[in-house]
Design a binder for this molecule. Structure first.
Ligand code: ADP
Ligand code: MG
Length: 349
């Protein structure tokens, strides 16, 4: 194509694996206190400074976890890091390093991978995390991005899924269902575009839900809030698969039940507008949509006074004895079993 002649893209094969690694390395400035040595040797060297080390990993596969027809590479890089950091925050710990393993087909250009790393570095910078290593490989088709994150915390402050106790208050940060609403919008516009490429996507007025889907943030601020308020949640998990599945995880690990109140589940007005347009019940999107990366946690009733005035935290229910089960109570007082897949067929009421 004419344009490509003027501005040729660089096939990855031209720069090669070592060239790519050198390029990545040149952009790295380590800042976390635990990073002794990062990229450039057979292994990174870290010092946990007497704290416990937390480690988690996530693998994103093109066609399964992301669709590059509407996800820009930069956003993909950013989101891939953020979803990993979210797992460390969900343990009430602080992430400090990541490793990035990248496998790309020869279809990808250096420019595309540069954009991906721009997003990765933007997230590293936003959260004060160092890129200390990884691996680079080619694959026959598509793109696979696997990120491993390391975090640190004092032993006493680590919060597990298994600590929820009878009468604890169930809390959630931010709002839910927004990332799902954003995805519905993107898929709708993609469908319209596929049918008629002369119609440009109309995304006006939906910035918030698009951002929830394309550029999610991890709730570092909520972990900082706990420290400031002197609260240690009794149990915590990040909302990656939807409220229904996460509350079930906490209840299973903590051997308890839960009573959640429908009208207390926070859903942003923009999500409600889009979801209603799409004939999706907003509560169901909050329960089963996923990818919101909010924190779902339980606190002892004794801590409620300290946190009750916080605007970005919703108090959505209570921990019950295990025999009660995991239930969602609607406005009319009807209790539904809250299974990991929600209390109704997903989609329509
Ligand atoms: P090895 O042969 O020991 O696997 P590599 O040549 O793959 O070493 O890697 C050299 C250095 O570059 C190591 O520090 C490794 O962690 C880092 N590295 C390799 N690929 C990536 C990547 N995609 N992103 C960040 N660092 C990487
Ligand atoms: Mg290697």
């Amino acid at each position: 194509m004419e344009q490509e002649k003027h501005n040729p893209l660089t096939p990855l094969s031209e720069i090669g694996e070592f060239g790519l690694i050198e390029k990545i390395r040149a952009n790295v400035v380590n800042t976390a206190p635990q990073t002794i040595f990062g990229i450039g040797d057979d292994a990174a060297v870290l010092d946990s400074k007497g704290q416990k080390t937390l480690i988690s990993t996530d693998c994103l596969v093109e066609g399964i976890h992301f669709d590059l027809s509407y996800v820009p590479m930069k956003h993909l890089g950013y989101k891939a890091v953020v979803v990993n950091l979210s797992d460390i925050f969900a343990m009430n710990a602080k992430p400090a390093q990541i490793l990035v393993t990248l496998a790309a087909s020869s279809r990808y250009t250096l420019e595309a991978i540069d954009e991906l790393y721009e997003g990765i570095f933007a997230a590293c910078q936003a959260y004060g995390v160092d890129l200390v290593g990884g691996d680079t490989s080619s694959i026959p088709k598509g793109l696979v991005l696997s990120i491993t994150v390391l975090g640190y915390a004092d032993e006493a402050s680590v919060v597990y899924r298994n600590g929820a106790r009878l009468n604890d208050i169930i809390c959630v940060s931010g709002d839910l269902g927004g990332a799902y609403a954003g995805l519905q919008l993107l898929e709708r516009e993609k469908r319209i575009f596929m049918e008629n490429s002369a119609v440009q996507p109309d995304l006006t007025g939906f910035d918030y839900i698009l951002e929830r889907q394309l550029k999610p943030e991890a709730r570092k601020d909520v972990v900082d809030l706990f420290a400031r308020l002197g609260i240690k949640p009794t149990a915590m998990i990040d909302v990656s698969d939807g409220l229904a599945s996460e509350i079930n995880h906490i209840c299973k690990e903590s051997a308890c039940g839960a009573r959640i109140f429908d009208e207390r589940i926070p859903v942003d007005p923009q999500s409600v507008i889009l979801l209603e347009e799409m004939k999706v019940n907003p509560t169901l999107a909050a329960l089963n949509g996923g990818e919101d990366y909010e924190l779902l946690f339980t606190i002892s009733p004794a801590d409620y006074e300290k946190i009750k005035a916080e605007k970005g935290i919703s108090f959505i229910g209570f921990i019950t004895p295990p025999e009660f089960g995991v239930k969602l109570e609607t406005r009319d007082g009807i209790q539904h079993n809250l299974e990991a897949k929600g209390w109704n067929a997903f989609g329509k009421e």
